[in-house]
Design a protein around this ligand. Structure first.
Ligand code: HEC
Length: 254
């Protein structure tokens, strides 16, 4: 739906999910609010508690676009799949917005020095830390176990962007019995491209895996992705070495 937005970002050379950098705004402001409010406890200065209140107001303002971009990234990179860290992040984001709204109401009424306001600063802090942790889980868990050589980097990038959330290290978080690693769809490029373009289940039931038609992954990118997948996951776990063979990958259909 927002492909034009992501296409534009790629055009200007920005390849990361735009949600990640924006998260620093609410996170920083919540951390600032907590520090200011805690300092107010010891220094007995009402202006510090007031400053904490302003931080929470700004955190709430920035939480809105941050959450919206998070939802867009989730749709774009994971096709809206309910992977576990996403569920936790959505729950924590809802909790955070409620906490921030409560904090803003309290502060608005001049209760920024109250204990409940301090509790809200603390709880918001834990909520943003949790959000950061599970965001890291999404970005880092699929990290490739061995960095690919130059030859496979383009394919590895596509894999990390579009596949690794559900297939970390060639596995399958939804159905462990159907990993990419060792899959029969790696035997032949055309078969691979046709499966990834129109995933199907062997029993005909609706697939969980989203389709990646050429508008999403071009034919050239599909080839790069295939070469990487064969290099990294052709052999089942515990099989023979997956190290690059001197003759290159077989079936690379150049
Ligand atoms: C939202 C999660 C998700 C994403 C994203 C995803 N897959 Fe899948 N994939 C699955 C699931 C689940 C299956 C098992 C079939 C099904 O239920 O759809 C599967 C099956 C497969 C299989 C067949 C395994 C077998 O031998 O039966 C291959 C190959 C595969 N995926 C490759 C990819 C590639 C390449 C990408 C990235 C372009 C990708 N997948 C993105 C969830 C995902």
């Amino acid at each position: 739906m927002f492909d034009f937005f992501y296409d534009f970002l790629i055009k200007i050379g920005y390849m990361h999910p735009p949600h990640s950098p924006l998260t620093h705004m609410p996170i920083g402001l919540v951390v600032g609010a907590l520090i200011l409010r805690l300092t107010a406890v010891f220094s007995d200065r009402a202006s510090l508690a007031r400053a904490a209140f302003y931080c929470l107001v700004l955190a709430l303002v920035f939480a809105v676009p941050t959450a919206l971009l998070g939802i867009m990234d989730w749709q774009h990179y994971y096709s809206g799949a309910w992977v576990f860290p996403i569920k936790v992040k959505i729950a924590l984001a809802v909790l955070l917005v409620i906490l921030l709204a409560l904090g803003v109401i309290l502060g608005w009424r001049g209760n920024a020095e109250s204990k409940p306001f301090l509790a809200i600063c603390l709880l918001s802090f834990f909520a943003v830390m949790g959000l950061g942790y599970f965001g890291g889980e999404l970005v880092l868990a699929p990290r490739l176990s061995h960095p690919p050589s130059q030859k496979y980097q383009a394919g590895a990038k596509i894999y990390t962007s579009f596949c690794a959330a559900c297939h970390p290290n060639g596995g399958n978080t939804f159905d462990a019995s159907l990993p990419v690693r060792g899959s029969r769809h790696l035997k032949d490029f055309d078969d691979f491209a046709s499966f990834v373009g129109h995933p199907h289940k062997h029993d005909g039931s609706p697939p969980i895996m989203p389709a990646f038609p050429p508008e999403k992954i071009s034919v050239k990118q599909m080839r790069e992705l295939y070469q990487y997948a064969v290099f990294a996951f052709e052999t089942p776990r515990g099989g023979v070495s997956q190290k690059e063979k001197p003759g290159g990958v077989k079936n690379n259909h150049k």
